[in-house]
Write a protein that binds this ligand. Structure first.
Ligand code: FEO
Length: 399
């Protein structure tokens, strides 16, 4: 086994690339896979920082054994109890019965919820300001509630200035050789990192800001998250990106046009809107058919661009079924700082546009642009003119 010491002489990445799992949290597609990053500090005391999802535990345990041989593990720090990181905890306890499980008060409650027979004597409860001394490495801890569960915390290695940042600064996508930000082309990872942020942490922007403000007090040379790339060269850049995402600040000028269409008329309307946006000078126009593209991809794109135009045909007197998860999530996440245009088709008796308007009213952080445009069947000349007007109003807003 050829494991890399990632930092200094005794810190290894012992995570796993998961290219098999189809869906993260059993619903978000993983076309580029995902990593479960785990780390081991092979100091006088041996310390694991998080584990991996249970389906990847064999590979993970082989890596642990490879690094430590016959030594035992003294501590397993549980920065986060979500099972993508705690899935091999039970096996670690079985293999190393003397291991201390390190977490905060809320971690313990979660452990007991997942494992009813957990022996509390195994638990070492830490709070902010406590130090865990491994010999050379001195660790301390900070809680980052709701990034992305209530018990979430980070571990800071004061010796090497490493922040083990949990889900924060992580992303979808496997690590394909290179581990650090300066060993790969970040552009290959950015969209999946944004999709991860928007769909996993996006609801908790306020808590992300609090976490960033707390962590900015630290002197950080490395950020080692629980998913995706490790950071050492682009640390200010990734913190700025996270801060902007947390504040719902779009990265670029552009418009997403997402539509649901059964037989093509609403799709035609989307095409008219997209062409007109381009004519009005919007270079970044992205058109998505909600039946074809998973809503998590569209939500990732919505985090990138400021303009959103939604189009829905009517289906059983309501919004098209494949549009529903998209607007429901955006509402739940409290999307902010976005402009919204609406169009759709009323055949036979409407409901699509009405449903989108209800979404606009109920989602306080978005500003509706122009009048909604509702066709009956194929778009008429009048409807085409109105769609072009809607596109122009959107372009004026964002450019
Ligand atoms: Fe990667 Fe919230 O677990």
């Amino acid at each position: 086994m050829n494991l890399r010491k990632i930092i200094g002489k005794d810190i290894y990445w012992i995570g796993v690339n998961d290219r098999k799992t189809e869906r993260f949290e059993n619903y978000l597609p993983l076309p580029h896979g995902v990593t479960y990053n785990s780390y081991i500090i092979d100091d006088e005391k041996v310390c694991l920082i998080d584990t991996v999802e249970s389906g990847s535990s064999i590979e993970f345990l082989n890596k642990v054994k490879y690094v430590i041989g016959d030594k035992k593990i003294d501590y397993l720090i549980v920065n986060h109890m979500e099972p993508d990181h705690s899935g091999a905890m039970e096996e670690i306890i079985n293999l190393f019965p003397e291991v201390k499980i390190v977490g905060n008060k809320m971690t313990l409650r979660m452990i007991k919820a997942f494992y009813h027979d957990f022996d509390e004597n195994k638990f070492l409860c830490v709070k902010e300001g406590d130090e865990l001394d491994l010999g050379t490495h001195k660790l301390d801890f900070a809680t980052i509630p709701m990034v992305h569960w209530p018990e979430s915390m980070v571990t800071y290695d004061k010796t090497e200035k490493i922040l083990f940042s949990n889900d924060a600064f992580g992303g979808f996508g496997t690590l394909n050789g290179g581990l650090f930000d300066d060993e790969v082309d970040f552009n290959d990872f950015k969209a999946e990192m944004r999709r991860y942020y928007a769909n996993i942490i996006g609801k908790y922007g306020m808590q992300v800001n609090k976490a960033i403000s707390k962590l900015s007090q630290l002197d950080i040379d490395y950020i080692c998250p629980s998913h995706g790339l490790l950071w050492r060269n682009k640390i200010p850049g990734v913190i700025k990106l996270y801060s902007d995402w947390g504040n719902f600040i779009p990265e670029e000028k552009g418009v997403i046009v997402a539509y649901g269409s059964m037989y093509g008329n609403t799709e035609k309307m989307a095409e008219i809107v997209a062409k007109e946006l381009f004519k009005c000078g919007v270079k970044n126009v992205r058109v998505y058919d909600v039946s074809k593209t998973d809503s998590s991809v569209i939500i990732g794109e919505i985090w990138k661009y400021q303009g959103l135009i939604l189009g829905s045909c009517a289906h059983d007197g309501a919004v098209y079924p494949k549009m529903v998860p998209l607007i429901s999530k955006l509402n739940n996440y409290g999307i902010k700082n976005r402009y919204l245009g609406i169009f759709g088709n009323m055949m036979w008796s409407g409901g699509g546009v009405k449903g989108l308007e209800k979404f606009a009213e109920e989602t306080k952080g978005i500003e509706k642009v122009g009048e909604s445009v509702e066709a009956k069947g194929a778009p008429s000349e009048e409807i085409i003119t109105r769609l072009k007007g809607l596109a122009k109003e959107m372009a004026d807003k964002i450019l």
